[in-house]
Design a protein around this ligand. Structure first.
Ligand SMILES: Cc1ncc(COP(=O)(O)O)c(C=O)c1O
Length: 423
């Protein structure tokens, strides 16, 4: 994905120096803006989706909108018939519909859906609610009955499988806040049996993120199929689909290759043998599609020498990309120009928090003030988690389209826009 030619950074074969030059010119002339920005390559999006479609034939993908919810990006995703949207809020539902996903290609997850959100999704006639508690199941039943509707629901279950990932991104264990426990499952079965305003359509589990092995998914599929058999016996009707959630990992430390680090062939081989022949199978990939689409481009403002290291203060900050601070996440930091020599750097942002550190004690080729750096694999949980902390505006985003054009897909936020709802 990243490479150097004549000491200049290439991203997916393209010169980042040329792209940066063209983008800065575009942002300056169209928006009087000069600062950090998100840079996307549309072709990577198509490569990722086509790769999933080829590696997992017959499967459906409900793209996890929370990982990256820009309208242009979503609308490109919506062009694929086998791709739907997995949303977790009324705002994401709104975005997915605006971007062109038909309602029957939208599923709605989340542990605390509000009444307004449930009503909006009922009105829109989405494919299914992924239900995370008994209390929520009752709420959906009540709200659907009030509107004389039948709500399509799927049960999010906790298979209690072990995945080898960071403690902040495991979700399929009994102790997590997500999904229904075994006791809840029995209760949910009774409710489904006796409530005409509910129709069961699927079963779902999401076991975590940054998963690099196929076995936990196979185990989860086996678990869900067993539960589907119990439900068929109880309700006299088979479920339409099993959804195995998202989680396909990206090795952020590996900058070479195509950022595919998951054994899809092994998954495909084993998974079909544990589920019914006609069962529709879903995944909800987020990061796998969106992480490699984007780099965060930032410039070195100041260098300070400290014992044993240099502190490089760049112009992007934790309000733009919070993953390193929130999850101790690693992102590659790639100087656009590779200079001679190297040094040990702390790469920090300008926000008034010590935790505003993108990398500690990282050995990089020498940096000079005003150098551009690309923070790689920044597309997932990057701009989607940005905030106005320190009254810093939200950054512009630019995409290199399939036609080779640069298009601004999110304008830089202005100070006026930042305060427009404040009184
Ligand atoms: C229910 C559900 N599906 C899908 C995803 C997407 O996960 P990832 O981006 O790791 O693929 C998440 C992420 O938290 C999730 O909670």
């Amino acid at each position: 994905m990243f490479d150097y030619e004549k000491n200049k950074l290439l991203w997916n074969g393209l010169s980042v120096e040329t792209l940066t030059h063209d983008v800065t010119h575009l942002l300056k002339s169209a928006h009087s803006y000069s600062g950090p920005f998100w840079l996307y390559q549309e072709s990577i999006l198509h490569d990722r989706v086509r790769l999933l479609e080829a590696e997992l034939p017959g499967f459906h993908f409900y793209y996890s909108v929370k990982s990256q919810s820009n309208l242009t990006i979503l609308s490109k995703m919506a062009e694929y018939a086998r791709v739907g949207a997995d949303v977790v809020s009324g705002g994401e539902l709104f975005r997915a519909l605006k971007a062109g996903f038909s309602a029957e290609r939208i599923v709605f997850a989340g542990v605390g859906k509000s009444e307004e959100e449930i009503q909006a999704a009922l009105q829109a006639k989405i494919r299914s609610f992924h239900v995370e508690s008994i209390s929520e199941l009752r709420d959906i039943a009540r709200l659907a009955a009030l509107q004389n509707l039948v709500a399509p629901v799927s049960l999010r279950l906790n298979p209690d499988v072990e995945v080898d990932t960071h403690k902040h991104i495991t979700t399929g264990k009994e102790e997590n806040k997500f999904g229904l426990s075994d006791a809840d499952f029995s209760e949910a079965t009774k409710i489904l049996k006796s409530t005409p305003s509910l129709a069961l359509v699927g079963l779902q589990a999401h076991i975590g993120s940054q998963i690099f092995a196929h076995e936990p998914y196979v185990e989860t599929a086996r678990y869900l199929q067993k539960k589907a058999d119990i439900l068929r016996a109880a309700l006299g009707k088979p479920v339409e689909y099993l959804s195995l959630g998202g989680g396909f990992g990206i090795d952020y430390k590996r900058t070479e290759g195509n950022a595919v680090d998951f054994p899809f062939a092994a998954l495909l081989k084993e998974i079909r043998s544990v589920v019914d022949k006609n069962m529709e199978l879903h995944f909800e990939p987020g990061r796998f599609i969106s992480a490699p689409l984007c780099v965060l481009m930032s410039r070195v403002r100041h260098l300070k020498t400290r014992t044993g290291k240099i502190i490089a203060i760049i112009d992007a900050a934790m309000n733009d990309l919070i993953r390193p601070m929130l999850y101790e996440a690693y992102h590659p930091i790639l100087p656009v120009e590779k200079r001679m020599g190297s040094a040990v750097y702390d790469i920090v942002g300008p926000v008034c928090e010590s935790t505003d550190t993108f990398a500690s004690q990282r050995t990089l080729t020498e940096l000079a003030e005003d150098d551009w750096v690309a923070i790689g694999y920044a597309g997932a949980y990057g701009s989607a988690m940005s905030s106005n902390f320190n009254a810093r505006v939200l950054l512009p985003a630019v995409v290199l389209t399939q036609e080779g054009k640069l298009s601004v897909i999110r304008k830089p936020q202005t100070f006026e826009q930042m305060i427009e709802n404040e009184i």
